[in-house]
Design a protein around this ligand. Structure first.
Ligand SMILES: *Cc1c(COP(=O)(O)O)cnc(C)c1O
Length: 402
């Protein structure tokens, strides 16, 4: 016996898979997926239980490592990313933890962009450094630096594109080539785009990492994460670690994310359209010194971003206001629609001052090296009306000129 599949046409398109991929309904024929809030599953007899525990028969056993809601989310996300396998985790950071534990051992080496999510750097350098996994951090955009950092013991390259808050884009295909020439793997954190815009495996990535907390849920409700990879890798490297270590995705959170995936594409496209309009408007505003958004012609990697991201810039932008921290705080405090918080990928627009929040733990020198100034504001654009968002920002920006 194995866990059954939904009967879908082999050529079903991504929009169809986003809604329909998962598991067939239970005996009750529910149309929307049921919630399986159960920690364990019952077996018909002792011999069947023994086979299932020995992995000789595919069935749900115990929700630390198998649950129908988690399987639905995994199958749906794998379909969207174009991988044969996927494993859900408790958070995005849990996904990176699972990846490193599953693939590496003491003495192995990782090459990672220096512009990735701050907790990713802390996890690699701090936590895994303690266990003898070494990491080198290199320029997000300079492919030669990645090549130069390769060592005989390099097993993994880790990139995130675009980055947050500067929206720097890296060349996924070039990094995949460097990895594969050295017998290493390339993992890409695809949080900022989601598979609605970018499928890193198309450009040679081996593993796609997600924080489901961002666009996949899309409505700011739960923490979740996932690794999308070849099924053989998921089964051989990740499932055994999940069974022992338990960075498991809760069934409820999996259900929320699976429902979120149904509307991922229309949300991300609508939010991206508003973001491009806001980016163009901000670029022409006299109180704004600079705008970072891959969809703008002025973005240094605009062409590469358009190539990798289906011609779309995404739903996160950053801009520098003239006048530093005081001016940035005034613009943030003048908003009435946006949420002052530190997240993105939500249908509610979120406005953030990176230098004092997400990047507040860096020293001023580190922040300057990273290009994150006191006048910088990040905006995760939601689904509110574009004109209301524009008015929300204009209130503070126009006041700076008065
Ligand atoms: C949020 C985020 C993470 C971490 O995800 P959590 O679900 O918060 O653990 C990792 N990478 C990027 C790019 C993120 O934005």
């Amino acid at each position: 016996m194995s866990i059954p599949r939904v009967d879908l046409p082999a050529d079903a398109r991504l929009d169809t898979l986003a809604v329909r991929e998962g598991l067939p309904p239970s005996a009750w024929g529910e149309n929307s997926e049921a919630l399986f809030l159960t920690s364990c599953f019952v077996h018909p007899d002792a011999a069947t239980a023994a086979r299932r525990f020995a992995n000789e028969e595919d069935a749900f056993v115990y929700s630390r490592f198998s649950n129908p809601n988690v399987t639905i989310m995994e199958r749906r996300l794998a379909a969207l990313e174009g991988t044969t396998g996927c494993i859900g985790t408790s958070s995005g950071m849990g996904a990176i933890l699972l990846m490193i534990m599953g693939l590496l051992k003491a003495g192995d080496h990782v090459v990672c962009s220096q512009s990735v999510f701050g907790s990713t750097i802390k996890l690699l350098q701090g936590e895994f450094g303690k266990f003898g996994v070494e990491s080198s951090f290199v320029s997000q955009t300079d492919v030669a630096e990645w090549q130069a950092a390769m060592r005989p013991n390099t097993k993994l390259l880790f990139a995130e594109t675009p980055t947050n808050p500067l929206t720097e884009v890296c060349d996924i295909q070039a990094l995949a080539d460097i990895a594969h020439n050295a017998g290493a793997l390339l993992a890409v954190d695809n949080c900022m785009c989601s598979p609605a815009l970018q499928q890193p495996v198309k450009f040679g990535a081996d593993i796609v990492m997600h924080s489901g907390t961002k666009f996949l849920d899309g409505q700011g409700r739960v923490n979740a994460g996932a690794l999308c990879a070849p099924l053989e890798m998921v089964e051989a490297k990740f499932v055994p670690v999940m069974r022992s270590a338990g960075m498991s995705l809760s069934p409820f959170n999996a259900w929320v994310v699976a429902k979120g995936l149904e509307t991922l594409s229309i949300r991300v496209l609508a939010q991206s359209a508003s973001t491009l309009a806001l980016a163009q408007w901000l670029e022409s505003h006299p109180a704004v010194a600079r705008v970072w958004y891959p969809g703008l012609l002025s973005h240094p990697q605009h062409e590469l971003a358009m190539h990798q991201q289906n011609g779309i810039g995404g739903a996160v932008l950053s801009f520098d206001v003239k006048g530093g921290r005081e001016a940035a705080f005034a613009v943030i405090d003048a908003t009435r629609v946006c949420s002052i918080a530190a997240n993105f990928g939500d249908v509610r627009s979120i406005i953030t001052h990176p230098a004092s929040t997400t990047h507040g733990r860096l020293s001023e020198a580190q922040r300057q090296a990273a290009g994150i100034g006191q006048g910088m504001i990040r905006l995760g654009v939601g689904l509110e009306h574009l004109d209301d968002l524009k008015a929300d920002l204009a209130r503070g920006l126009d006041a700076l000129l008065a």
